[in-house]
Design a protein around this ligand. Structure first.
Ligand SMILES: NC(=O)c1ccc[n+]([C@@H]2O[C@H](COP(=O)([O-])OP(=O)(O)OC[C@H]3O[C@@H](n4cnc5c(N)ncnc54)[C@H](O)[C@@H]3O)[C@@H](O)[C@H]2O)c1
Length: 350
Protein backbone atom coordinates (compact mmCIF):
# COMPACT_ATOMS: atom_id res chain seq x y z
CA UNK A 1 0.00 0.00 0.00
CA UNK A 2 1.21 3.50 -0.80
CA UNK A 3 1.39 5.80 2.19
CA UNK A 4 -1.52 8.12 2.50
CA UNK A 5 -0.18 11.59 3.04
CA UNK A 6 -0.51 15.19 1.99
CA UNK A 7 -0.52 16.08 -1.70
CA UNK A 8 1.48 18.99 -3.17
CA UNK A 9 1.03 18.43 -6.94
CA UNK A 10 -2.59 19.29 -7.51
CA UNK A 11 -1.99 21.54 -10.55
CA UNK A 12 -3.28 20.81 -14.06
CA UNK A 13 -1.19 18.25 -15.95
CA UNK A 14 0.75 17.36 -12.83
CA UNK A 15 2.20 20.88 -12.46
CA UNK A 16 3.71 21.23 -9.01
CA UNK A 17 1.92 24.26 -7.63
CA UNK A 18 4.46 24.75 -4.85
CA UNK A 19 7.04 25.48 -7.60
CA UNK A 20 4.69 27.83 -9.46
CA UNK A 21 3.37 29.67 -6.42
CA UNK A 22 6.67 30.93 -5.04
CA UNK A 23 9.41 32.65 -7.01
CA UNK A 24 12.89 31.54 -5.89
CA UNK A 25 15.15 34.21 -4.39
CA UNK A 26 18.61 34.74 -5.83
CA UNK A 27 21.81 33.09 -4.58
CA UNK A 28 19.87 30.61 -2.46
CA UNK A 29 21.53 27.38 -1.34
CA UNK A 30 20.29 24.13 0.07
CA UNK A 31 18.61 24.22 3.51
CA UNK A 32 21.05 24.45 6.39
CA UNK A 33 22.21 21.00 7.49
CA UNK A 34 21.40 22.14 11.03
CA UNK A 35 17.67 22.07 10.16
CA UNK A 36 15.89 19.78 12.57
CA UNK A 37 13.08 17.52 11.47
CA UNK A 38 11.33 15.55 14.17
CA UNK A 39 9.52 12.40 13.16
CA UNK A 40 7.34 10.30 15.43
CA UNK A 41 5.76 6.99 14.45
CA UNK A 42 2.75 5.69 16.36
CA UNK A 43 2.12 1.97 15.95
CA UNK A 44 -1.51 1.06 16.61
CA UNK A 45 -4.18 3.58 15.60
CA UNK A 46 -6.69 2.46 18.22
CA UNK A 47 -8.11 4.52 21.08
CA UNK A 48 -4.76 4.96 22.81
CA UNK A 49 -2.65 5.50 19.69
CA UNK A 50 -5.01 8.16 18.35
CA UNK A 51 -5.25 9.99 21.69
CA UNK A 52 -1.43 10.09 21.75
CA UNK A 53 -1.23 11.24 18.12
CA UNK A 54 -3.74 14.03 18.60
CA UNK A 55 -2.06 15.28 21.80
CA UNK A 56 1.33 15.27 20.04
CA UNK A 57 -0.24 17.27 17.20
CA UNK A 58 -1.88 19.89 19.41
CA UNK A 59 1.34 20.28 21.43
CA UNK A 60 3.45 20.81 18.27
CA UNK A 61 5.98 18.10 19.14
CA UNK A 62 6.68 16.72 15.66
CA UNK A 63 7.17 17.84 12.06
CA UNK A 64 5.95 14.47 10.84
CA UNK A 65 3.71 11.81 12.34
CA UNK A 66 3.38 8.35 10.82
CA UNK A 67 0.49 6.16 11.89
CA UNK A 68 0.85 2.40 11.41
CA UNK A 69 -1.90 -0.14 11.96
CA UNK A 70 -3.00 -3.47 10.57
CA UNK A 71 -6.41 -2.11 9.46
CA UNK A 72 -5.93 0.06 6.34
CA UNK A 73 -9.45 1.57 6.23
CA UNK A 74 -9.51 2.57 9.87
CA UNK A 75 -5.99 3.95 9.44
CA UNK A 76 -6.91 6.10 6.44
CA UNK A 77 -10.06 7.31 8.19
CA UNK A 78 -8.10 8.38 11.26
CA UNK A 79 -5.43 10.08 9.12
CA UNK A 80 -7.97 12.06 7.07
CA UNK A 81 -9.88 13.07 10.19
CA UNK A 82 -6.68 14.52 11.71
CA UNK A 83 -5.55 16.13 8.43
CA UNK A 84 -8.89 17.93 8.16
CA UNK A 85 -8.02 19.81 11.34
CA UNK A 86 -4.86 21.25 9.70
CA UNK A 87 -6.27 24.77 9.64
CA UNK A 88 -6.45 24.78 13.43
CA UNK A 89 -3.18 23.01 14.26
CA UNK A 90 0.56 23.59 14.03
CA UNK A 91 1.83 22.34 10.65
CA UNK A 92 2.63 18.63 10.81
CA UNK A 93 2.81 16.13 7.94
CA UNK A 94 0.60 13.18 8.74
CA UNK A 95 1.10 9.87 6.97
CA UNK A 96 -0.57 6.53 7.49
CA UNK A 97 0.40 3.11 6.20
CA UNK A 98 0.36 -0.58 7.00
CA UNK A 99 3.94 -0.64 5.68
CA UNK A 100 6.76 -0.10 8.21
CA UNK A 101 8.99 1.36 5.50
CA UNK A 102 7.27 4.70 6.13
CA UNK A 103 8.60 4.84 9.68
CA UNK A 104 12.15 5.20 8.29
CA UNK A 105 14.29 7.67 10.22
CA UNK A 106 11.86 8.09 13.14
CA UNK A 107 13.23 9.86 16.22
CA UNK A 108 10.65 8.19 18.41
CA UNK A 109 8.47 5.10 17.87
CA UNK A 110 5.51 4.77 20.20
CA UNK A 111 3.98 1.28 20.27
CA UNK A 112 0.33 0.99 21.31
CA UNK A 113 -0.69 -1.96 19.10
CA UNK A 114 -2.16 -4.81 21.02
CA UNK A 115 -4.58 -7.66 20.94
CA UNK A 116 -7.62 -7.38 23.20
CA UNK A 117 -8.41 -9.95 25.86
CA UNK A 118 -10.96 -12.51 24.61
CA UNK A 119 -13.66 -13.66 27.05
CA UNK A 120 -12.22 -16.45 29.23
CA UNK A 121 -8.68 -15.87 27.97
CA UNK A 122 -5.94 -15.82 30.59
CA UNK A 123 -3.55 -12.88 30.86
CA UNK A 124 -0.70 -15.18 29.92
CA UNK A 125 -2.48 -16.30 26.73
CA UNK A 126 -3.12 -12.66 25.85
CA UNK A 127 0.52 -11.92 26.52
CA UNK A 128 1.62 -14.76 24.23
CA UNK A 129 -0.53 -13.26 21.45
CA UNK A 130 0.95 -9.82 22.05
CA UNK A 131 4.48 -11.22 21.99
CA UNK A 132 3.72 -12.83 18.61
CA UNK A 133 2.43 -9.44 17.42
CA UNK A 134 5.54 -7.62 18.71
CA UNK A 135 7.74 -10.05 16.74
CA UNK A 136 6.22 -8.48 13.61
CA UNK A 137 6.42 -4.90 14.90
CA UNK A 138 9.71 -4.32 16.72
CA UNK A 139 12.25 -5.82 14.25
CA UNK A 140 11.07 -3.66 11.29
CA UNK A 141 10.96 -0.55 13.51
CA UNK A 142 14.55 -1.21 14.60
CA UNK A 143 15.63 -1.91 11.02
CA UNK A 144 14.12 1.26 9.52
CA UNK A 145 15.11 3.53 12.43
CA UNK A 146 18.25 2.08 14.02
CA UNK A 147 18.81 5.26 16.09
CA UNK A 148 15.24 5.62 17.32
CA UNK A 149 13.94 5.51 20.87
CA UNK A 150 11.22 2.91 21.46
CA UNK A 151 8.43 3.96 23.82
CA UNK A 152 6.18 1.02 24.67
CA UNK A 153 2.61 1.59 25.86
CA UNK A 154 0.83 -1.73 25.09
CA UNK A 155 0.01 -3.90 28.10
CA UNK A 156 1.36 -5.62 30.06
CA UNK A 157 3.76 -2.76 29.52
CA UNK A 158 6.68 -3.91 31.70
CA UNK A 159 6.93 -7.34 30.08
CA UNK A 160 6.39 -5.95 26.56
CA UNK A 161 9.13 -3.36 27.14
CA UNK A 162 11.49 -6.21 28.03
CA UNK A 163 10.33 -8.12 24.93
CA UNK A 164 10.93 -5.01 22.77
CA UNK A 165 14.39 -4.55 24.23
CA UNK A 166 15.25 -8.16 23.38
CA UNK A 167 13.72 -8.02 19.88
CA UNK A 168 15.32 -4.68 18.96
CA UNK A 169 18.85 -5.39 20.18
CA UNK A 170 18.94 -1.71 21.26
CA UNK A 171 20.86 -0.49 24.30
CA UNK A 172 18.57 -0.31 27.34
CA UNK A 173 18.56 3.53 27.47
CA UNK A 174 16.65 3.55 24.14
CA UNK A 175 13.82 1.23 25.18
CA UNK A 176 11.34 2.77 27.62
CA UNK A 177 7.95 1.63 28.89
CA UNK A 178 5.32 4.26 29.74
CA UNK A 179 5.08 2.30 32.99
CA UNK A 180 3.66 4.11 36.03
CA UNK A 181 3.81 7.60 34.48
CA UNK A 182 0.02 7.43 34.16
CA UNK A 183 -0.49 5.79 37.59
CA UNK A 184 1.59 8.60 39.14
CA UNK A 185 -0.49 11.23 37.37
CA UNK A 186 -3.66 9.63 38.75
CA UNK A 187 -2.00 9.59 42.19
CA UNK A 188 -1.10 13.28 41.94
CA UNK A 189 -4.63 14.13 40.85
CA UNK A 190 -6.17 12.29 43.83
CA UNK A 191 -3.78 13.90 46.36
CA UNK A 192 -4.35 17.33 44.79
CA UNK A 193 -8.10 16.78 44.90
CA UNK A 194 -7.84 15.72 48.55
CA UNK A 195 -5.86 18.85 49.48
CA UNK A 196 -7.54 21.19 46.99
CA UNK A 197 -4.27 22.19 45.34
CA UNK A 198 -2.95 22.15 41.78
CA UNK A 199 -1.82 18.64 40.74
CA UNK A 200 1.26 20.20 39.11
CA UNK A 201 2.41 21.29 42.59
CA UNK A 202 2.20 17.73 43.88
CA UNK A 203 5.35 15.62 43.60
CA UNK A 204 4.41 11.99 44.08
CA UNK A 205 5.57 8.76 42.56
CA UNK A 206 4.15 5.33 42.01
CA UNK A 207 6.91 2.89 41.05
CA UNK A 208 7.21 -0.81 40.25
CA UNK A 209 4.77 -2.66 38.04
CA UNK A 210 2.20 -0.72 36.01
CA UNK A 211 -0.74 -2.50 37.51
CA UNK A 212 -1.95 -4.23 40.61
CA UNK A 213 1.40 -4.63 42.40
CA UNK A 214 2.56 -1.02 41.96
CA UNK A 215 4.25 0.67 44.94
CA UNK A 216 3.24 4.15 46.19
CA UNK A 217 6.20 6.11 47.60
CA UNK A 218 4.44 7.87 50.46
CA UNK A 219 7.59 9.15 52.15
CA UNK A 220 8.60 11.16 49.07
CA UNK A 221 5.32 13.03 48.53
CA UNK A 222 5.65 16.78 48.71
CA UNK A 223 3.35 19.69 47.93
CA UNK A 224 5.02 22.97 46.97
CA UNK A 225 8.29 21.62 48.42
CA UNK A 226 6.75 20.56 51.77
CA UNK A 227 7.15 16.81 52.49
CA UNK A 228 3.63 15.81 53.46
CA UNK A 229 4.11 12.91 55.89
CA UNK A 230 6.85 14.59 57.95
CA UNK A 231 4.80 17.81 57.97
CA UNK A 232 1.78 15.95 59.40
CA UNK A 233 4.04 14.28 61.98
CA UNK A 234 5.67 17.59 63.01
CA UNK A 235 2.27 19.23 63.35
CA UNK A 236 1.05 16.18 65.29
CA UNK A 237 -1.78 15.75 62.82
CA UNK A 238 -2.94 12.16 62.93
CA UNK A 239 -3.38 10.27 59.69
CA UNK A 240 -4.29 6.69 59.22
CA UNK A 241 -2.34 4.25 57.10
CA UNK A 242 -5.64 2.92 55.74
CA UNK A 243 -6.43 6.36 54.30
CA UNK A 244 -3.15 6.25 52.37
CA UNK A 245 -3.83 2.71 51.24
CA UNK A 246 -7.30 3.75 50.12
CA UNK A 247 -5.84 6.45 47.86
CA UNK A 248 -3.37 3.95 46.36
CA UNK A 249 -6.17 1.44 45.80
CA UNK A 250 -8.17 4.14 44.07
CA UNK A 251 -5.22 4.68 41.71
CA UNK A 252 -5.08 0.96 40.91
CA UNK A 253 -8.84 0.72 40.45
CA UNK A 254 -9.19 3.86 38.35
CA UNK A 255 -8.17 2.21 35.05
CA UNK A 256 -10.70 -0.58 35.66
CA UNK A 257 -13.37 2.00 36.50
CA UNK A 258 -12.78 4.06 33.33
CA UNK A 259 -12.75 0.90 31.21
CA UNK A 260 -15.98 -0.35 32.77
CA UNK A 261 -17.60 3.05 32.16
CA UNK A 262 -16.40 4.01 28.67
CA UNK A 263 -14.80 0.78 27.39
CA UNK A 264 -11.18 1.96 27.24
CA UNK A 265 -8.87 4.66 28.59
CA UNK A 266 -7.47 7.24 26.22
CA UNK A 267 -7.19 10.93 27.21
CA UNK A 268 -4.96 10.59 30.27
CA UNK A 269 -2.63 8.08 28.59
CA UNK A 270 -2.55 10.40 25.56
CA UNK A 271 -1.37 13.36 27.64
CA UNK A 272 0.97 11.22 29.71
CA UNK A 273 2.76 9.77 26.66
CA UNK A 274 2.92 13.15 24.87
CA UNK A 275 4.58 14.50 28.03
CA UNK A 276 7.20 11.74 27.81
CA UNK A 277 7.69 12.47 24.09
CA UNK A 278 8.33 16.14 24.89
CA UNK A 279 10.94 15.32 27.56
CA UNK A 280 12.73 12.94 25.20
CA UNK A 281 12.65 14.89 21.94
CA UNK A 282 13.23 18.33 23.46
CA UNK A 283 15.94 16.97 25.79
CA UNK A 284 14.06 18.30 28.83
CA UNK A 285 15.91 16.07 31.32
CA UNK A 286 12.72 15.86 33.38
CA UNK A 287 12.14 13.03 35.81
CA UNK A 288 9.31 10.63 35.02
CA UNK A 289 8.39 7.30 36.58
CA UNK A 290 8.83 5.02 33.56
CA UNK A 291 9.68 1.39 32.97
CA UNK A 292 13.45 0.94 32.71
CA UNK A 293 15.78 -1.98 33.21
CA UNK A 294 15.69 -2.31 37.00
CA UNK A 295 18.57 -4.69 37.63
CA UNK A 296 20.95 -3.41 40.26
CA UNK A 297 18.28 -1.31 42.00
CA UNK A 298 16.83 -2.18 45.42
CA UNK A 299 18.31 -5.66 45.46
CA UNK A 300 17.03 -6.81 42.06
CA UNK A 301 19.57 -9.30 40.78
CA UNK A 302 19.34 -12.27 38.48
CA UNK A 303 17.08 -12.15 35.42
CA UNK A 304 16.54 -8.94 33.49
CA UNK A 305 13.37 -7.09 34.35
CA UNK A 306 11.79 -3.74 33.43
CA UNK A 307 9.96 -1.85 36.17
CA UNK A 308 9.14 1.80 36.76
CA UNK A 309 11.53 4.03 38.67
CA UNK A 310 11.85 7.83 38.57
CA UNK A 311 14.13 8.25 35.55
CA UNK A 312 15.61 11.31 33.90
CA UNK A 313 14.63 11.48 30.21
CA UNK A 314 16.32 13.35 27.40
CA UNK A 315 17.36 13.06 23.76
CA UNK A 316 19.46 10.01 24.60
CA UNK A 317 16.47 8.25 26.18
CA UNK A 318 16.98 7.21 29.80
CA UNK A 319 19.81 9.33 31.21
CA UNK A 320 19.72 7.85 34.72
CA UNK A 321 17.53 6.82 37.64
CA UNK A 322 17.13 8.97 40.76
CA UNK A 323 18.39 7.65 44.04
CA UNK A 324 14.93 7.69 45.64
CA UNK A 325 14.62 6.25 49.13
CA UNK A 326 12.41 3.18 49.46
CA UNK A 327 11.45 1.93 52.91
CA UNK A 328 12.22 -1.75 53.60
CA UNK A 329 8.57 -2.59 52.97
CA UNK A 330 8.48 -0.64 49.68
CA UNK A 331 11.74 -2.27 48.49
CA UNK A 332 10.36 -5.70 49.32
CA UNK A 333 7.17 -5.05 47.36
CA UNK A 334 9.30 -3.78 44.47
CA UNK A 335 11.31 -7.04 44.49
CA UNK A 336 8.07 -9.06 44.69
CA UNK A 337 6.85 -7.30 41.51
CA UNK A 338 10.15 -8.15 39.84
CA UNK A 339 9.79 -11.84 40.76
CA UNK A 340 6.21 -12.00 39.47
CA UNK A 341 7.28 -10.46 36.15
CA UNK A 342 10.38 -12.67 35.87
CA UNK A 343 8.18 -15.71 36.40
CA UNK A 344 5.91 -14.62 33.51
CA UNK A 345 8.90 -13.81 31.29
CA UNK A 346 10.41 -17.24 31.84
CA UNK A 347 7.32 -18.74 30.15
CA UNK A 348 7.67 -16.63 26.99
CA UNK A 349 10.64 -18.30 25.35
CA UNK A 350 12.19 -14.95 24.35
N1 LIG B 1 0.59 1.67 29.60
C1 LIG B 1 -0.54 2.29 29.89
O1 LIG B 1 -0.58 3.09 30.84
C2 LIG B 1 -1.77 2.02 29.06
C3 LIG B 1 -2.93 2.78 29.21
C4 LIG B 1 -4.03 2.49 28.41
C5 LIG B 1 -3.97 1.44 27.49
N2 LIG B 1 -2.81 0.73 27.37
C6 LIG B 1 -2.69 -0.37 26.39
O2 LIG B 1 -2.59 0.16 25.08
C7 LIG B 1 -2.97 -0.85 24.15
C8 LIG B 1 -3.93 -0.28 23.13
O3 LIG B 1 -5.19 0.00 23.72
P1 LIG B 1 -6.40 0.56 22.82
O4 LIG B 1 -7.51 0.87 23.73
O5 LIG B 1 -5.88 1.61 21.88
O6 LIG B 1 -6.74 -0.75 21.96
P2 LIG B 1 -7.42 -0.78 20.53
O7 LIG B 1 -7.91 -2.17 20.31
O8 LIG B 1 -8.37 0.37 20.37
O9 LIG B 1 -6.19 -0.50 19.53
C9 LIG B 1 -5.20 -1.44 19.24
C10 LIG B 1 -4.82 -1.21 17.78
O10 LIG B 1 -3.72 -2.08 17.49
C11 LIG B 1 -3.88 -2.46 16.14
N3 LIG B 1 -3.08 -3.63 15.84
C12 LIG B 1 -3.30 -4.92 16.18
N4 LIG B 1 -2.32 -5.71 15.68
C13 LIG B 1 -1.47 -4.89 15.00
C14 LIG B 1 -0.27 -5.10 14.29
N5 LIG B 1 0.26 -6.32 14.13
N6 LIG B 1 0.34 -4.04 13.73
C15 LIG B 1 -0.17 -2.79 13.86
N7 LIG B 1 -1.31 -2.53 14.55
C16 LIG B 1 -1.95 -3.58 15.10
C17 LIG B 1 -5.37 -2.72 16.02
O11 LIG B 1 -5.80 -2.73 14.66
C18 LIG B 1 -5.94 -1.55 16.81
O12 LIG B 1 -6.22 -0.44 15.99
C19 LIG B 1 -3.54 -2.00 24.99
O13 LIG B 1 -2.55 -2.99 25.16
C20 LIG B 1 -3.86 -1.33 26.31
O14 LIG B 1 -3.88 -2.24 27.38
C21 LIG B 1 -1.72 1.00 28.12
Amino acid sequence: MHPSGSSSSLGPGGLDLTQAFFKPIQRAGLPSPAKRHTKISVIGAGNVGMAIAQTILTQDLADEIVLIDAKPDKLRGEMLDLQHAAAFLPRTKIHASVDYEFTVGSDLCIVTAGARQNPGESRLDLLQRNVALFKNIIPPLARFSPETILLIVSNPVDVLTYVSWKLSGFPSNRVIGSGTNLDSSRFRFLIADHLDVNAQDVQAYIVGEHGDSSVALWSSISVGGVPILSFLKNQQIAYEKVTLEKIHKEVIDSAYEVISLKGYTSWAIGYSVANLARSILRDQRKIHPVSVIANGFYGIEGGEVFLSLPAQLGRGGVLGVTNVHLTDEEAERFRDSANTILDVQSQLGI
